[in-house]
Design a protein around this ligand. Sequence first.
Ligand code: NAI
Ligand code: MG
Length: 493
Amino acid sequence: MADQNALENARRFAGKEHRLFIDGVWREPRSGSAFEMRNPGDGTLLGQAAKGEAADVDLAVRAARTALEGVWADTKPAERARLLWRLADAIEAHADDFALLETLNNGKPLRDARLFDVPHAIETLRYNSGWATKLGGDTINLSGPGTWHAFTVREPIGVVAAIVPWNAPFAMSVAKMAPALAAGCTLILKPAEQTPLTALRLAHLVEEVGFPKGVFNLVTGFGETAGAALVEHPGVDKVTFTGSTEVGRHIVRAAAGNFKRVTLELGGKTPVIVMPDADIKRAIEGAARSIFTNAGQVCNAGSRLFAHESVFDALVEGVAEHAGKLRVGPGLDPATQMGPVVSQEQKDRVLGYIEAGVREGARISGQGTAASGPGYFVPPTVLTGTLPTMSVVREEIFGPVLCAMSFSDGDLDAIAARANDTDYGLGAIVWTQNLSAAHRLSRKLKAGTVRVNGGGLDPALPFGGFKQSGWGRENGRDGIEAYTELKSIAIAL
Ligand code: NAI
Ligand code: MG
């Protein structure tokens, strides 16, 4: 349950006048205009965010450049670590405010925001804080020894533009900011136009804990204007992006101007493979959780189920039963297990996919009830009779829609071929008790993260995609190194 005072405070924060946070100052956007923030749980207006555009982006990039070459370059790694840790403590002290703001603006169940999104952000800050003092290079053994002394060092890549989506806006903003700042980069954060609220609160805490001005800048605004201006700006050295494959492609083209470094975390169509020897009860729960969590708006949601024919009916019935029982409703209602999707546009998109699947010959084998009312609710749905050519199987739906398919051949190569028959390659999930099959299948799957019998996200575990799921990795050592340039230094002896 949300504490009424805390909820009122969160609503008051949402409704106040918001500006852009540039160079340590809250500034009016040049456009002088604003855009609406809505609650997906009931469609009501929460407040307005400032509409940043190209001129504001330019100011923010200049501020980030000045800080990069000045105050932040002079800040010792241990001090960067301390600031990030202090920010984690500050968020922890206000954890419930962040959870409430995330639920108000994104729609997800408050329980999920409290249990996953906010703690994950805090852990990500602490994890990366540790790296600030530990990034280093190697001493190199040369092929012609004795002539030079050679070694490598890691330097911050520079000014980073972080463009984040709306499905886990707070956790993803922090997942980009924490390694960037730990590595010594400066940042311009552009949250999605649907969900800027937690990023705004975050910027206030950044100000409070005392980061030097210009190190962290926040420009709220639309993708086509603020986002596009960032990816085209010659003063930006790196773009880190999570979002659609379509915009990912656009960013790659725009980055060619000054050869920006680019990290892309795009969509997915994660296969869930259930072998005949799997713990069926756990597999059913896992499969349901994987597609219905966050109303399916998860890049590595398990959206294609491949179950052995001997367990297929049990799996479909089990997941369908879950779908039927799920309490779909507003995120603030403590009884809610699945919230709304983020917008009317996303609701139309998801319902459109279900219709297209049925039109192309799929059957609805299980469906829950979408809450009535003005919120953007969609019913959790299990489709069977789905073929590899159907749009519901090929395209990312980003909604609570599972396509269930069976296999009869136990050959691991054949199973992997079915699972790998997709443009995406972000995740794969395997359910089996057979250790050998678990290892062999994990190697055959073309996916950035393979999870066997459960397992989740961790700030230490690299995350990213094969194929059209993106470029590069976030999290872990690889994640922070992606915010550095490697320099080789050779000294003649
Ligand atoms: P999107 O890719 O348009 O939006 C993500 C972010 O990119 C937002 O901050 C947006 O303002 C920004 N953006 C949009 N156009 C831009 C441009 N031209 N230049 C720079 N930045 C730009 O995603 P959208 O349209 O909200 O969702 C469409 C579909 O994308 C979803 O249905 C889902 O399939 C996929 N998606 C995948 C996500 C993931 O986690 N991999 C997250 C969000 C969406
Ligand atoms: Mg878009």
